[in-house]
Design a protein around this ligand. Structure first.
Ligand code: ADP
Length: 644
């Protein structure tokens, strides 16, 4: 007898949503049905362990069939099946809180479109996205008879007794006809089904099989192949690989296996630099297989690059780039996270808010950092290689979110320095500081050699202090956030007051400054549009002049900020420092006394020289050159006059 029953109200709404779904990723229906089949086999297997009335077996299978002619796709399993009551309760009502929440959100218009359906994994009903009719034939080992359930996705479904020999469930979808923009025919192609299984269900632990046509050579009476003659036979083949590498025992997996897995999954030619395989059990249970490539992907710093790890819930693929699992500064990592706990919830809640996922992400971050720390300690060469490729990301990590992660990351940084051949950590820098040095010095330049010859190094060099060499744009910004390390402040060699001189030396300079007050003021007046101050330098010993910036914005920061879009240009304070011990200073003093007009030319040349040394552009190169030429001619004339 066939009974007709109404769906529960919530189910009707969900069905309606599925049928009129504009969700583009309709293919997930197969994943949902296969994962139900796998759950049903799990359930049978577990029950059979404790219930003696059930046959004990290991022969499980999820079988797929396509019937192009009748537009049918069939998914069968030999799992637990459903009794009459189960059939009504499970397929006629939505029992799951997650789905109810989804509908609630939908009603409240919190979800703008149906694009989130995939994340909620609405299960069985998703078949109605592609099918106009769904038939379920099922037999539970606890029921004498089998039942047939049919629905066309409307208000009601029918249910009747039927015959089915073996336990399990067969779900037959009759696919809709193609519509504008919707291609349902594709799901009638064996290769498409196969590729969907590979994509979403490759690691389902039971074999997923499909009859496939194969071409085999025809044999003659003696059993030899007849050239050029083939027969087509159908064969039941398994299409999923079942055991993912992370589910194998670590002892069964070689480094080579892991490298091969990495290369084929993430399309890299090189082996990974780091491979981290964690099986975490306890309050938080997950597996992760994370790789750090040897080379940064070419698009790592482009906006199009998507960070993230593949996410599996209970060996069922959920998504390719779960970005919630990866902090920005580790955006270069690749890999997989598999959570058993997530299985029932992950696809049913919005990911960002998932508590479990957040915890996994935190745990994973800690593991990766501790591996990096370990490598820094035990394999410096490997770490340096890593840092060269990805270090700049860690620097961004320090800078990001107002230094939220600086404590975690500061000891993982490596720097070039003026005095050492190898890169060093901040800790090593501080440990090597000579007595009397109480700041960590740094200088920005295009290269280490540029720093080494820069005039600002004069005094520092003579004191035997080392200097961190900054060549990345982020460096100075990061240092603003770090502020100090081991209670030692960071100090730029080309900014503000260096504060290295002792009292006596300071006094000498102060006296000199007083003596030359009018000269300095005159220079300042000439250069008033260019610099905010002209001073006698406390940092120069050999070089005649240098340009430094005030305490705020540095030249490097000015350069970086002005590359950013926006009209408002930032300006660093420029201070021209003159070396009072240099012969040139004496010369200027004389010029000042002799001829006040010549002073203007001297000042301009001096300033432009300082710009050149600093690697900053000269505003008017032609005028600069003309002044130089004029000075040279004057000097030559003087010399001739004297010697003549
Ligand atoms: P979920 O699988 O997340 O619980 P579904 O809507 O996909 O949600 O399925 C509802 C219920 O129907 C399942 O919980 C299960 O009890 C039952 N069910 C679905 N498919 C099968 C199957 N192939 N074999 C046995 N029971 C099934």
């Amino acid at each position: 007898m066939r009974e007709q029953m109404e769906f529960k109200t919530e189910s009707k709404r969900l069905l309606d949503l599925m049928i009129h779904s504009i969700y583009t990723n309709k293919e997930i229906f197969l994943r949902e049905l296969i994962s139900n089949a796998s759950d049903a086999i799990d359930k049978y297997h577990l029950t059979s362990l404790t219930d003696d009335s059930l046959e004990k077996t290991n022969e499980y299978e999820i079988h797929l069939e396509v019937d192009k002619k009748h537009r049918k796709v069939k998914i069968s399993d030999n799992g637990i099946g459903m009794t009459y009551d189960e059939l009504i309760n499970n397929l006629g009502t939505i029992a799951k809180s997650g789905t109810l929440e989804f509908l609630q959100k939908f009603k409240e218009k919190e979800l703008k479109d149906t694009d989130l359906i995939g994340q909620f994994g609405v299960g069985f009903y998703s078949s109605f996205m592609v099918a106009k009719k769904v038939q379920v034939v099922t037999k539970s080992p606890y029921s004498e008879v089998a039942y047939k359930w049919i629905s066309e996705g409307e208000e009601s479904f029918t249910i009747e007794e039927t015959t089915k020999e073996s336990r399990g469930t067969e779900i037959t979808l009759t696919l809709r006809k193609n519509e504008e923009g919707e291609d349902y025919d594709q799901f009638l192609e064996a290769y498409k089904i196969r590729s969907l299984v590979k994509k979403y269900s490759d690691y389902v632990k039971y074999p997923i099989t499909m009859e496939e046509e194969k071409s085999v050579p025809v044999l003659d009476e003696e059993g030899n192949e007849v050239e050029g003659k083939y027969d087509t036979v159908t064969e039941n083949t398994t299409i999923n690989s079942q055991t993912p590498i992370w589910n194998k025992a670590k002892s069964d997996v070689t480094d080579e296996d892991l490298n091969e897995f990495y290369k084929s999954t993430y399309y890299d030619y090189d082996n990974p630099l780091f491979t981290l395989w964690n099986n975490i059990e306890g309050a938080l249970t997950y597996k992760s297989l994370v790789f750090i490539p040897e080379k940064a992907p070419y698009n790592l710093y482009s906006e199009k690059y998507e960070k993230g790890l593949q996410l599996y819930a209970k060996d069922v693929f959920v998504m390719d780039k779960c970005k919630e699992l990866v902090p920005d500064y580790l955006r270069f990592i690749k890999g997989v996270v598999v959570s058993q706990d997530l299985s029932l919830n992950i696809s049913r809640e919005i990911l960002q808010k998932n508590h479990q996922l957040t915890k996994i992400a935190q745990n994973l971050e800690k593991k990766i950092l501790s591996e990096l720390e370990k490598t820094l300690k035990n394999d410096r060469e490997k770490y340096a290689k890593f840092f060269k490729e990805f270090g700049v990301n860690l620097k961004y990590g320090v800078y990001d979110n107002f230094g939220e992660k600086k404590e975690l990351l500061q000891d993982l940084l490596l720097f070039q320095t003026a005095n050492k051949d190898d890169v060093i950590t901040l800790k090593e820098y501080v440990e090597a500081m000579p007595k009397g040095q109480d700041a960590i010095y740094y200088g920005s330049a295009s290269s280490k050699s540029a720093i080494k010859v820069s005039p600002q190094m004069d005094l520092i060099k003579s004191k035997g202090f080392d200097v961190l060499v900054f060549t990345d744009e982020i460096d100075e910004f990061m240092i603003q956030i770090l502020h100090e390390y081991d209670k030692k402040p960071f100090k730029s060699i080309n900014q503000g007051d260096l504060n290295i001189l002792d009292e006596e030396e300071k006094k000498t300079i102060e006296d000199l400054e007083n003596e030359n007050k009018t000269l300095l003021e005159a220079l300042q007046e000439i250069l008033k549009d260019e610099v905010s101050d002209v001073k006698l330098s406390t940092r120069l010993t050999d070089s005649p002049v240098c340009l430094v910036s005030g305490e705020g914005l540095s030249f490097e920061m000015e350069k970086v900020m002005n590359q950013m879009p926006g009209d408002k240009k930032m300006k660093a304070d420029k201070i021209l420092e003159i070396n009072p011990k240099h012969e040139l200073f004496k010369a200027i003093e004389n010029v000042y006394l002799d001829s006040k007009e010549d002073l203007a030319d001297f000042a301009t040349v001096l300033y432009n020289q300082a710009l050149l040394i600093e690697g900053l552009p000269v505003k008017d190169p032609v005028a600069f050159s003309n002044k130089m030429v004029a000075l040279m001619i004057r000097a030559a004339k003087k010399q001739n006059g004297e010697t003549a």
